[in-house]
Design a protein around this ligand. Structure first.
Ligand SMILES: [Zn+2]
Length: 429
């Protein structure tokens, strides 16, 4: 029976040689064309700024910033940054007017992410004004410190505290300055830990830390336990010994929830093999970053092995039918190969990423075709009506997490794999 979520991978696996013909000379102009098309299709002055970094215009601004950082695109650096500024300025005005202060504190879906990208773009342009959005970001600390600041769940990545910590981490990496004081970071980490302890106790969970979002006990990167723990590991130096123990126990607890190289979307669910989610948002391609971080900290082989098994699953089931994005699309699963390349240095993962890129250029990725391979260039293909119809919504076609801006980030990283990192979610800092 045909898998409803992914195309069968009929590629031969790595035999010691990379594919030829995917060189930088050929790829850079293609990526540039893709960017031009995105810019043409995203109304620059639009006041429709909903969706933040996830699927709003701010995510497109981040993509342009990311490309402008790459030496391969240095020729276009200034023009990309100027367009990024135009986009993000409108988003900043929009979010300044947001009445709900909790939405202002949201990283992937709201204000914190917009202010963070504004600070990065301004700094890259050499504008001293970068301090303004940075100060707005910093001030959100107070909003998300109270344990139950959000009724839906205060700790996850999109709107909760893990997201805020993630934003602070990205900012520190890109701006090269401290964003929050040690006390502030400590207070947020303590709130996350206390909230997880209380939830686990109240719901009589047999493990130390657990969370829910709108009543669901997610495990994956999007709203779940894995990205919350990942952020706590990123700041583990501010934790007490006892808190650190709780975090590591929880990491091992999550490791034990693996079902044949994957994790169910929610705690206790049983994965049905023919219908499983292999997405960054839900499943191994997102959970892998937690174990990568764990491995980078303490070098225990079982964490690396867990990442490698995730990669094996993605090789079998990562040619997703849901579109080009990084959340639940082809680029998101392919990022796991770049992660594994950085962790192991093994060229096999570059080859596998190459194969994933190759599928952009074949009809076989098209939901309406029956698998006949064709050779349309991937950029042309991505703009066909069939492909648009196959992704979640037309409005998010150009976005960072569900659309082509995420694809661009992936392709740029694919061309410089030694510096690659999942957008806004690095484990190497
Ligand atoms: Zn998703």
């Amino acid at each position: 029976m045909e898998n409803p979520r992914c195309f069968a991978n009929r590629f031969v696996d790595y035999k010691g040689a990379l594919l030829v013909g995917q060189g930088v000379e050929k790829a850079v102009p293609t990526v540039k064309d893709l960017i031009d098309k995105i810019i043409r299709n995203v109304p620059l002055g639009s006041t429709e700024c909903d969706g933040g970094l996830y699927d709003g215009p701010a995510g497109v601004a981040y993509m342009l910033y990311h490309v402008s950082e790459s030496a391969l695109f240095s020729e276009h650096k200034d023009s990309y940054l100027k367009i990024a500024k135009q986009i993000i300025d409108v988003s900043v005005v929009y979010v300044d007017g947001e009445k709900d202060k909790n939405m202002r504190a949201a990283f992937l879906l709201g204000g914190a992410g917009i202010y963070a990208v504004a600070a990065m773009v301004y700094k890259a342009l050499g504008l001293a004004d970068f301090v303004k959005p940075l100060t707005k970001f910093r001030n959100l600390w107070e909003v998300c410190s109270p344990i139950n600041f959000l009724e839906c769940g205060s700790d996850e990545l999109f709107v909760g505290r893990a997201g805020y910590l993630c934003g602070a981490l990205v900012l520190k990496q890109k701006l090269g300055i401290e964003i929050l004081s040690m006390d502030q970071i400590q207070e947020i980490c303590r709130a996350i830990i206390e909230s997880g302890k209380q939830y686990a106790r109240r719901k009589r969970k047999p493990f130390p830390l657990m969370y829910s979002y709108y009543g669901t006990e997610y495990l994956g990167a999007a709203h779940g336990l894995s990205s919350v723990l990942q952020m706590l590991l990123c700041y583990q130096e501010v934790l007490s010994d006892g808190e650190r123990d709780l975090v590591w126990q929880s990491v091992d607890f999550l490791m034990n929830q693996e079902q044949n190289c994957n994790w169910p979307a929610e705690l206790g669910a049983v994965i049905e093999r023919e219908n499983e989610l292999v997405h960054w948002c839900h499943g191994a391609p997102g959970v892998a970053y937690l174990f990568a971080k764990a491995y980078l900290i303490n070098k225990k082989p079982q964490y690396l092995d867990t990442c490698i098994r995730s990669g094996e699953l993605v090789w079998r089931k990562g040619l997703l039918k849901k579109g080009p994005g990084i959340c639940h699309g082809v680029a998101g699963s392919a990022y796991v190969f770049l992660l594994l390349y950085r962790l192991t240095g093994n060229s096999k993962y570059i080859y596998r990423a190459q194969r994933q890129v190759e599928t952009y250029g074949t009809q076989s990725i098209c939901p309406r075709s029956c698998g006949a391979a064709d050779t349309a260039g991937f950029a042309e293909f991505l703009f066909t009506e069939e492909f648009k119809a196959g992704s979640c919504s037309v409005s998010s076609v150009y976005s960072l997490f569900e659309g082509l801006s995420g694809t661009v980030c992936f392709l740029v990283d694919f061309l410089q794999p030694d510096q690659s990192e999942f957008p806004l979610f690095s484990v190497f800092v």
